[in-house]
Design a protein around this ligand. Structure first.
Ligand code: HEM
Length: 484
């Protein structure tokens, strides 16, 4: 017994000495630590991540220590627009993004290396570009149909609506109609039962396990293997839900495939046909890409719409200002007219600032020779990340206040403030769907606020969850709609 204890003690002392030696030789030691144990172990940042406190803890560290902080032995966080610009222009994504792999095939989001990523991006960059989105007659017709013929009649059936689920259904209908054409898209706004089966029973219930799967994939597998499947950190129903979602998406792809037009030019503004034309991508690779766009393209925009509705509902004066502005537009079913409205634009920007749907760290990795990050020399293999949560709360004294007016006047504060906005990331790996997201947000808010007054019925749990992607803690918001 005594011998075992001595052995444990010797090992512990060895571990301490080794950690100290590594620390003293490490070029990262000059960087302020977010926590005293951060230079020696990942335990601190890991525990914060797994308990849903990561974004806030990193932000608190930046407030205390400045724009560069050390989160772990080989992990740092940055919080300054110039640092972000240089890091995100140079460094590749970290393997952390492999979690977004579908069918064993990596979509754009999780392709790491420059060449394979740019080949894939070339296939879709044009269809998501600002010019395509803002001028596509098909997108406009689909959006109008979904908002006018599906959402508005639902809003008119009763006064109170749970808008977070409704917006998730809406953005799913919008994104799938862009991916597959409207005839092969979903109809979740009207079909409540099917949407609950997909959204609630399959898609959203996996959330609590995301951090375990993304932060400790090795441990998750190892524990399962070691106990012959008897102990599972992530329950098997999560794997079943993943399989069912993949199967559902494959069926959607196959249905669109069966109807793929042969003549050149037809359905050119359909993402799936772009991926499959001339076999640019095989069946599984295309389905993986599509499934990723379904995920990236609905939750984020839905969360932004929920918070825009919340913020406007608690501020009747701003709601009135928006309504007055909407009356000045010549045609609310012409994107150019809607896009030109300055207050609507400010509402969208301010919501994406304060309630960023992807507030968490976007990890990149330094290459073998290392590089300078600001004044610090960072060796190879170090994870460097910024997070919108911190950037969006640093420049303004009243950063926690939703104040769209800060964007209306194009003054000095506004111009400098724009440098700190990072809701869509930046560099070659910034958001591909950002023009579509802003389009959907503006068209939806214009359609709602030109026709309804909204008020909060129940906002308990509206605080944002602390995750990589976020949403209200309660996963809901009850809003009253009064038709004008
Ligand atoms: C308000 C809505 C949205 C927000 C806030 C948002 C935010 C972001 C952010 C921050 C990234 C970079 C993530 C990282 O590097 O860790 C990203 C990437 C991406 N987003 Fe979005 N997004 C939104 C909507 C969309 C939509 C509608 C699509 C539709 C397809 C989309 C597709 C993608 C894809 C494919 C990437 C990966 C790009 C690459 O790696 O080259 N997003 N998004």
């Amino acid at each position: 017994m005594l011998a075992s204890l001595s052995m444990v003690l010797i090992l512990f002392v060895f571990f301490l000495l080794h950690s100290l030696y590594t620390h003293l030789r490490c070029p990262l030691r000059r960087i302020p630590s977010a926590h005293p144990i951060a230079p020696f172990t990942r335990l601190w940042i890991l525990s914060r991540t797994l308990t849903g406190r990561r974004n806030r803890s990193i932000h608190a560290a930046h407030v205390k220590h400045g724009p560069v902080v050390r989160l772990g032995p080989t992990e740092i966080s940055i919080n300054d627009p110039s640092l972000i610009k240089s890091v995100y222009a140079r460094l590749d994504k970290s393997p952390w993004y492999y979690i977004f792999t579908n069918y064993g095939s990596k979509p754009l989001f999780s392709l790491i290396h420059g060449r394979e990523h740019s080949q894939r991006k070339r296939l879709i960059a044009n269809i998501y570009s600002n010019s395509t989105i803002s001028s596509s007659p098909t997108l406009l017709a689909n959006t109008r149909k979904i908002l006018e013929e599906r959402m508005t009649p639902i809003l008119d059936t009763r006064e109170v609506h749970e808008v977070h689920e409704l917006y998730n259904a809406l953005t799913l209908d919008l994104i799938t109609s862009y991916l597959f054409t409207q005839r092969h898209g979903t109809d979740f706004v009207r079909d409540e039962a099917t949407r609950k089966r997909f959204l609630v029973d399959l898609y959203q219930i996996r959330r609590p396990y995301f951090s375990w799967a993304s932060e400790l994939p090795g441990l998750v597998k190892w524990v399962g293997r070691l106990t012959a499947g008897k102990v599972k950190i992530i329950p098997s129903w999560v794997d079943d839900a993943n399989d069912q979602i993949e199967e559902w998406c494959l069926q959607m792809c196959d249905a669109a495939e069966a109807d793929m037009p042969t003549e050149k030019g037809a359905d050119d503004d359909c993402v799936y046909y772009r991926l499959r034309r001339n076999n640019a991508l095989g069946r599984t690779d295309a389905a993986s890409e599509i499934l990723d766009h379904i995920g990236a393209g609905h939750e984020t925009t839905a969360t932004a719409l929920t918070y825009a509705t919340y913020n406007l509902s608690v501020s009747p004066e701003r709601q009135a200002r928006l309504r007055d502005e909407l009356k000045t537009a010549e045609n609310l079913w012409r994107f150019k007219d809607v896009d030109a409205l300055p207050f609507l634009n400010s509402v969208v920007l301010e919501t994406l600032r304060l309630n960023s749907p992807i507030p968490g760290s976007q990890p990149r990795v330094t290459t073998d020779g290392g590089c300078m990050v600001g004044e610090y020399c960072v060796p190879g293999g170090v994870t460097v990340a910024g997070q919108a949560y911190s950037l969006h709360r640093t420049f303004w004294a009243d950063a926690e206040v939703w104040r769209p007016e800060r964007w209306v006047n194009n003054d000095e504060e506004g111009k400098e403030g724009e440098r700190w906005l990072w809701m869509f990331g930046s560099g070659g790996r910034g958001c591909v769907g950002k023009w579509l997201a802003v389009y959907e947000m503006k068209m939806t808010l214009a359609c709602i606020y030109a026709n309804y007054e909204t008020r909060i019925v129940d906002d308990e749990g509206i605080e944002m969850d602390d995750r990589y992607t976020t949403g209200p803690i309660s996963n809901q918001l009850l809003v009253g709609f009064h038709k004008l």
